[in-house]
Each structure stands twice: as C-alpha cells, then as structure tokens.
Design a protein. Structure first.
Length: 145
C-alpha cells in the first residue's frame, strides 16, 4: 500500500498529494481524450476525523481548481471521492449522532461512503476491497489508523 497510497499524517506528503491532484486535473483538461474512468477519482482509506475532513475539503478544493478555467472537466461527472471505513460507520470513535450527521453531509457532497469495507490492496489504478470489489482510482490517501 505504501507504494501507491499517500499517508495523510505528514505535512510534506499532504502537500505532495495536493500537487498530484492539481496536476491530475490539469493533465485531464489538456488531454485530447475524455477523462478515463478512475483518472480523477480519489479514494480515502479510513473514515476517522482525518479522512472525513479530508473528503469534505477535497470536494471543495477540486471544484475550486476546475473553476480556474479547466473547462473540459465536469466536477459532478469526472471527479469522484470515495471514503472507505472498516467499521460500520464514519467517525466510529464519536457518538452515533455525530457520525450520522457527518454521513448526511458527506452524502450531500456526493462522497461515496463504503463502511464495513476493508482495503486489501492499493495498486496504481485503484483499491481492492476484501469483499472482491474494486474501486478505480489513480489518487489514494491512507488515513486509516
């Protein structure tokens, strides 16, 4: 996982991910072909406080980047954020009412939330889950404990 997922714990790695995300958007806008499946998908493994906050922040950031004239990218169609959590809810360490409210907020932002899901492998083109599902993504952040 360390080869293809960026850990969220270090500032320099967070900056590196931000650069990768902005560059991915610029490349997608400049390429002659349509956006590939998974090209602008972001998977965040771990839905604790860091992962959930990151999901909401990335939703805002990606829309701001696209608003700077990247006309060939439709954020609603081309950019997807998936949050994976092994527990049965996001923010499992907090009270259920906070978890429920956060889930509703993230869903309103169109973040795909996968609870009771364990990432078993991260590759250059996505994340393999224990249940056999595969989530295509070229950008993966590891925020699981």
């Amino acid at each position: 996982m360390s080869q293809h997922a960026i850990p969220s714990r270090h500032l320099n790695r967070a900056v590196r991910f931000n650069h990768r995300l902005v560059n991915a958007c610029i490349r997608a806008d400049a390429q002659p072909d349509p956006v590939r499946p998974g090209q602008l998908h972001v998977v965040i493994v771990g839905a604790g406080a860091t992962g959930t906050e990151l999901a909401a922040e990335l939703h805002r950031t990606t829309r701001e980047v696209v608003a700077f004239g990247l006309d060939r990218i439709d954020p609603e169609k081309d950019i997807h954020i998936t949050l994976i959590e092994a527990a049965d809810r996001v923010l499992p360490a907090l009270p259920p009412r906070i978890s429920d409210a956060t889930t509703q907020l993230l869903k309103s932002l169109r973040v795909d939330i996968r609870t009771n899901s364990k990432a078993t492998e991260v590759s250059a083109d996505g994340v393999q889950l224990a249940d056999g599902a595969f989530i295509p993504s070229e950008l993966v952040i590891w925020s699981a404990e």
